[in-house]
Design a protein. Structure first.
Lengths: 131, 67
């Protein structure tokens, strides 16, 4: 919806989030998840419940573990998540301070919107004068 | 009685002159808010709502997660 105020021109995570990030369930084999992620051009996968609540994250390192492991055993549980309205500027600072390569973006009830990646945040600069 | 509504319902209510209330702190309200929204921060809402709002008209309340 249109908004008004002093901050409306700043890019938000909703502007850079990747909605096409692969997802998997807790009980999937890591090998199958990795094959599916690679086929989709990704090196990450978000572990979600049946109603898309984020449960964990499989980054490149986790995806390289034993392919027989279940996603639940390999994942990083309970990753920090961010809301779509967070500014890209704030996320850039957070990713640098916490050394994050990527983070899930979710609704307030924890449902996955997508994944925000460091390179996408770095590439999105605010309009002149709005930084 | 309060109930959760979606974006389309908000639009319709705005057309029907509903009162739109932003409960975020003033600084955040100033940065971005729905057009015509009244700023009534959460910690003041109980004390001021009856003075600021018209009970005869629909009231829509939102915060950051619903933006």
């Amino acid at each position: 919806m249109p908004t008004e105020g002093t901050n409306t021109q700043r890019p938000r995570l909703i502007d850079v989030v990747r909605r096409d990030v692969p997802t998997c369930s807790l009980d999937e084999r890591l090998g199958d998840v990795r094959d599916r992620a690679i086929a989709a051009g990704w090196d990450a996968c978000v572990v979600v419940s049946q109603d898309r609540v984020v449960l964990g994250l499989l980054r490149a390192k986790e995806l390289q573990a034993d392919p027989q492991l279940l996603a639940e055993r390999a994942m990083r549980p309970g990753p920090s998540t961010y809301r779509p309205f967070v500014s890209v500027e704030e996320m850039r600072r957070t990713m640098t301070e916490r050394n994050l390569e990527s983070s899930p973006v979710t609704t307030s009830d924890g449902k996955l919107v997508g994944l925000v990646r460091k390179q996408d945040v770095a590439a999105k600069r605010p309009p002149d004068g709005a930084g | 009685m309060a109930r959760e509504i979606d974006r389309e319902q908000v639009r319709r209510l705005m057309e029907q002159r509903a009162q739109i209330v932003d409960v975020l702190p003033a600084r955040e309200y100033g940065e971005e808010h729905l057009p015509g929204a009244i700023n009534l921060p959460l910690r003041r809402i109980e004390a001021e709502a009856s003075q600021v709002l018209d009970r005869s008209r629909p009231i829509v309340v939102y915060c950051a997660d619903s933006a």
